[in-house]
Design a protein around this ligand. Structure first.
Ligand SMILES: [Zn+2]
Length: 236
């Protein structure tokens, strides 16, 4: 085999190991927290915020329906909109980490990948009275460096098992129907409270806010109750 072909093959194998395998491991093989693990419960989680347009109104809707949720926030936005995060905490919601910015982690070098998980968690803990133990990678995609950093620090990877395409503008009733179609005992539902992310349609979280009453009704009518991700971790 020509030397350059050997080099290319080695680079390709290293790239697959570093970029692709961790995401297949996390999402394809389900080697992450995807359910609450507690009988009779459902967890409502929101990614990509906080957002000054939608998150306060989402908090109003959650309060009106007595739901405590989990927010996987971006640390840079959390520091920008501190008052919103402080309100989340004051109202009993769980705040965990989604990254510092909404970057695609698999292609990041090790140091930048560590910033997205452990670094962003530390930034949140320094700014707020929080214990951040759970990381949900942006787009659910990790690389070897972030997977190793999470494992070494004892953090937990959390993805989801109910996703309904709410980043596109979708009528609230349709969102509720899609959730009802996938809802199970112990479901972890992912929704989004920001439309600033690449691929999100402007105004989509507006419908998410409007869907909260229907989601609440659907979950409670099945005899299920809402729990936060931090309630599902066992020892605290
Ligand atoms: Zn996201």
């Amino acid at each position: 085999m020509a030397w350059w072909l050997t080099v290319m093959l080695i680079v390709l194998i290293l790239m697959i190991l570093y970029c692709a395998f961790p995401t297949v491991w996390t999402r394809g093989f389900g080697r992450s927290m995807r359910t609450t693990g507690m009988d009779g419960t459902v967890s409502l989680t929101f990614d990509d915020g906080p957002n000054p347009t939608y998150t306060p109104r989402l908090l109003d809707a959650l309060k009106a329906h007595d739901i405590q949720a989990t927010f996987f926030v971006l640390s840079e936005r959390a520091l920008q909109y501190r008052d919103i995060v402080e309100r989340m905490i004051a109202e009993g919601h769980d705040v965990q980490v989604h990254g510092s910015r909404h970057w695609f982690v698999p292609f990041l070098p090790p140091s930048a990948a560590r910033v997205q998980c452990v670094g962003a968690a530390k930034a949140l803990e320094q700014a707020f009275p929080l214990s951040v133990r759970v990381y949900r990678p942006t787009w659910g995609a990790a690389n070897l460096a972030s997977l190793f950093a999470v494992w070494r620090t004892g953090m937990i990877l959390c993805t989801w098992n109910v996703m309904v395409g709410d980043w596109r503008v979708t009528e609230p009733n349709e969102l509720v129907q899609r959730i009802v179609g996938k809802l199970q005992n112990q479901s972890v539902i992912v929704l989004h409270d920001s439309d600033h992310t690449f691929g999100a349609e402007r105004g989509a979280p507006e419908r998410v806010v409007q869907a909260i009453p229907g989601i609440s009704e659907a979950v409670k009518s099945r005899g299920l109750r809402f729990v936060r991700i931090c309630d599902c971790l066992g020892e605290s």
